[in-house]
Design a protein around this ligand. Structure first.
Ligand code: FES
Length: 142
C-alpha cells in the first residue's frame, strides 16, 4: 500500500472545496509535500470528473447528467451550453464570466432535467431556454 497516494485524493478534494478548483500552485505544493511528481497528481486528478483546474466563473452553470436527467436528454442541454458559451464542461470563459460543471444528481429527479446557475435552480429545462438564461446573467453585470 502506498500511503502517499492514498493521501492524495482526500487532499485534492479538500483543496477543491477550499479554492473551488485545483490551482497549479496547489498541485505543486502537494507534489512537494507527498514527494510525488506533478504529472502523477494531474494523472489522478484528471481521472475524476469532480476536479476543476480553473476557477469558477461569475455565473457557474451546473448541469445535471444523472440518470433521470439523462433520460430527459440532458446531453442536449450540455451540448447547447457548451455551444453558446464556447467552452467545454469543466472550463471557464476567458473573461471569467461563465463556467460549466456537469454533475451526477442534484436531488430533484422528479423535476428533471435540472440545472443551476449559482444558487438558482431551473427545472424542466430545455436547450432552447439556455440562451435567455445566459442573457439574463449578462444583463446582471451591466
Ligand atoms: S438525476 Fe438530475 S436531479 Fe437527479
Amino acid at each position: 500500500m502506498n500511503v502517499q497516494r492514498d493521501s492524495l485524493l482526500p487532499l485534492l478534494q479538500e483543496i477543491q472545496n477550499e479554492l473551488g478548483y485545483l490551482s497549479e500552485e496547489s498541485i505543486n505544493r502537494i507534489g512537494r509535500s507527498l514527494n510525488l511528481p506533478t504529472s502523477k497528481i494531474y494523472g489522478v486528478a484528471t481521472f475524476y470528473d469532480q476536479f476543476r483546474f480553473e476557477p469558477k466563473g461569475t455565473f457557474h452553470f451546473r448541469i445535471c447528467h444523472g440518470t433521470a436527467c439523462h433520460i430527459e436528454k440532458s446531453a442536449r442541454i450540455i451540448q447547447e451550453a457548451e455551444r453558446l458559451l464556447k467552452i467545454r464542461q469543466g472550463q471557464t470563459t476567458r473573461d471569467g464570466m461563465f463556467s460549466i460543471e456537469v454533475v451526477n444528481c442534484m436531488g430533484a429527479c422528479g423535476l428533471s432535467p435540472v440545472i443551476s446557475v449559482n444558487e438558482k435552480y431551473y427545472h424542466g429545462i430545455q436547450p432552447r431556454d439556455l440562451k435567455e438564461i445566459i442573457e439574463t446573467c449578462k444583463a446582471k453585470t451591466v
